[in-house]
Design a protein around this ligand. Structure first.
Ligand SMILES: Cc1cc2nc3c(=O)[nH]c(=O)nc-3n(C[C@H](O)[C@H](O)[C@H](O)COP(=O)(O)OP(=O)(O)OC[C@H]3O[C@@H](n4cnc5c(N)ncnc54)[C@H](O)[C@@H]3O)c2cc1C
Length: 289
């Protein structure tokens, strides 16, 4: 299928991309790896009249450790994130999530900025960034602002990003002391997207969990924290048994209507998977302690 006609601009800097966005308004879309936007255009689910390609802006690429923060450029590909020793060591759940996105071709083209901005409920990276307590830096005509991942994902394909803003960095705190994390998913057998995916981040002191942040993709219209699990684990023993018991709280605070339902997986099935994959994510994180 062919997308509708559009004008194409290649921006060579963030300033140029922002100025083009201002100029063309709601008719324009930023293009990064193109692995979500182009399929949407081919299916005519998105019909921007103008594409602003930011794919060659070098300042938006790369992974840096800045003190106790991991700073990731939005154009960093899933493959680069999965291969990064810094991400593997300091934000393992994100490395796990990036390594199970689609296939090698998708991981070589798709970017973290595009993945987060697109906010597909079945994407893998949102839950990891949310559980890791990440922040999204966005730049628009009025300058830069920082949006906590907790406030970023607002609904189905909906984020806190304004239409004239560009994500310029994703920042993830690396934690102090012993922090372990993991992401696991039940992939859709045809598409590979997450039917349910869970990211777990645990701070451990002695043999106790001091803080837990747990978030899920796929189950809901956007990535969400699992408050019941986090509360059950806070102060609990750092053991597989405690993790299994806490995972039973994965659906606490959600109603049947909160769960996604489709031809492949009903709301009930997703609720069941959520408990199973929460237990697996917690136990995988604990094995890394
Ligand atoms: C066959 C296939 C399988 C896939 N499987 C998975 C999977 O299993 N898990 C998964 O998570 N994803 C999967 N994806 C999606 C893939 O990860 C996408 O690459 C990603 O979601 C979007 O990133 P992109 O760089 O391609 O963005 P684009 O497609 O270029 O853009 C997507 C959206 O984000 C916006 N955008 C992009 N960059 C920025 C920025 N810096 N600032 C503001 N807005 C921006 C664009 O305007 C657009 O609205 C799959 C895709 C394909 C084609």
């Amino acid at each position: 299928m062919y997308p509708p006609k559009f004008d194409y601009y290649r921006a060579s800097s963030v300033d140029e991309a922002l100025s083009l966005l201002q100029q063309h308004g709601a008719n324009a879309k930023v293009l990064a790896g193109g692995h979500s936007l182009i399929p949407m255009m081919k299916m005519r689910l998105a019909q921007p009249g103008v594409l602003i390609d930011i794919g060659r802006i070098d300042e938006l690429k790369g992974i840096r450790v800045e003190g106790d923060t991991l700073s990731i450029g939005p154009l960093t590909t899933h493959a680069a994130i999965a291969a990064s020793e810094d991400v593997q060591r300091l934000a393992t759940a994100l490395s796990d999530a990036a390594s199970v996105v689609g296939d090698l071709q998708v991981r070589n083209r798709g970017t973290i900025g595009g993945n987060l901005a697109h906010a597909d409920p079945a994407s893998d990276l949102p839950a990891a960034v949310l559980a890791l307590g990440g922040e999204i830096e966005a730049r628009g005509p009025a300058g830069s602002r920082t949006i906590a991942a907790d406030d970023f994902f607002q609904g189905l394909f909906t984020t806190a990003l304004d239409e004239n803003e560009i994500i310029t960095a994703i920042r993830v705190p690396t934690g102090q002391g012993t922090r372990v994390s993991a992401y696991v998913k039940f992939p859709h057998p045809a598409s590979g997207y997450a039917v349910v995916g869970v990211a777990a981040v645990l701070d451990i002191a002695g043999n106790k969990v001091t803080t837990a942040r747990v978030a899920a993709n796929g189950a809901f219209e956007c990535a969400k924290r699992l408050a019941g699990v986090e509360q059950a684990l806070s102060g609990a023993d750092a053991t597989a048994e405690a993790a299994a018991s806490a995972a039973e709280h994965a659906t606490d605070g959600f109603s049947a209507d909160d769960f996604m339902s489709d031809i492949f997986a009903s709301a009930d099935y997703r609720a069941h998977l959520l408990k199973v994959y929460t237990r697996r994510a917690l136990q995988k994180a604990l094995e890394r302690a």
